[in-house]
Design a protein around this ligand. Structure first.
Ligand code: FPP
Length: 277
């Protein structure tokens, strides 16, 4: 018997929010791919006199709100930096707490992801995560694999340098075995060996908590991404701030190293010589 198609449930979306989203869609383009460095969970908790794990727990609420609002807006890819390679060096109690929180969040959110037609994928060294975490991830990935409205990618035990190192190893192996001609190595080919091979580079990168760093995130992929940095700690970051980030993105003039339209008057050799003489 064929299953009844699941209805898109834009859970709890107010009419005011729908209006704001419509305006954003009408004013300019919605980024196809947004990547987020979720930072400030620990400081948020400490400011309230709590231990850091409270901040991570509160951060799950922001993940839910931002994920659903991105899907509603028409963002196709959302990549969240949930655990970096370097995060393994944190105290074991915090790492264990984070892993338990991840399992819990995946259990709690699986149905909402399915109802919202969101596909879950991961990048990073998933085999380093505890067995329980790996099993839960696999379950939700399988459960959502045919969803197509938006792809939510969790970067777990991930770092940009790891990604590039793995790509270089595979390229070297393919050259050694004769599958790959070194003359074919270019930007596009390198991208195709990265863990993000099947998705476009991020258009917009958001970092919370006022830090001006990339912190070993998608180093290759962020080459031409627009940056939006906010002072807000991740547990306080909700859709209204996401909209501010998108509004800022819509005002950017993305030139990819070229000149702005109307600024491309040709320069004659005489003019060039006059300027540099
Ligand atoms: C950075 O804040 C945040 C993390 C290392 C973990 C992010 C995890 C979550 C939001 C919860 C689980 C995630 C999912 C996807 C369900 P920090 O600890 O570095 O904060 P600080 O800079 O204030 O110390």
């Amino acid at each position: 018997m064929a299953l009844k198609p699941l209805q898109l449930t834009d859970t709890d979306q107010t009419s005011e929010d729908k209006k704001i989203q419509k305006e954003l869609q009408n004013v300019g383009s919605i980024p196809e791919h947004i990547a987020i460095i979720m930072d400030g969970n620990g400081r948020w908790a400490q400011k309230k006199g709590n231990i850091r794990l409270h901040g991570h727990k509160a951060g799950v609420e922001s993940v839910r709100d931002v994920t659903e609002s991105c899907a509603q807006l028409g963002v196709k890819y959302l990549t969240l930096y949930a655990f970096s390679t370097e995060n393994w060096n944190r105290p074991s109690a915090e790492v264990n707490g984070l892993m338990k929180l991840l399992v819990q969040a995946l259990r709690d959110e699986a149905d909402r992801l399915r109802e919202n037609d969101i596909k879950l994928v991961t990048i990073g060294q998933i085999e380093r995560l505890p067995e329980k975490c790996q099993r839960q991830l696999l379950e939700v990935k399988n459960m959502t694999k045919d969803n197509s409205r938006m792809q939510l990618c969790l970067a777990l035990s991930y770092s940009g340098r790891w990604d590039i190192t793995e790509a270089v190893k595979h390229i070297a192996q393919d050259v050694q075995t004769g599958i790959l001609d070194p003359d074919r190595i270019n930007d596009e080919l390198i991208s195709s060996y990265l863990s993000t091979a099947s998705i476009p580079d991020p258009d917009l990168i958001i970092r919370t908590s006022g830090e001006y760093r990339i912190s070993n995130f998608l180093l290759w992929q962020l080459a031409y991404s627009e940056l939006y940095i906010t002072e807000t700690y991740w547990p306080d970051f909700r859709r209204d701030e996401l909209y501010d980030g998108i509004r800022s993105f819509q005002k950017r003039d993305r030139r990819y190293g070229k000149v702005r339209n109307g600024h491309n008057k040709s320069m004659s050799a005489t003019v060039i010589n006059q300027i540099i003489s």
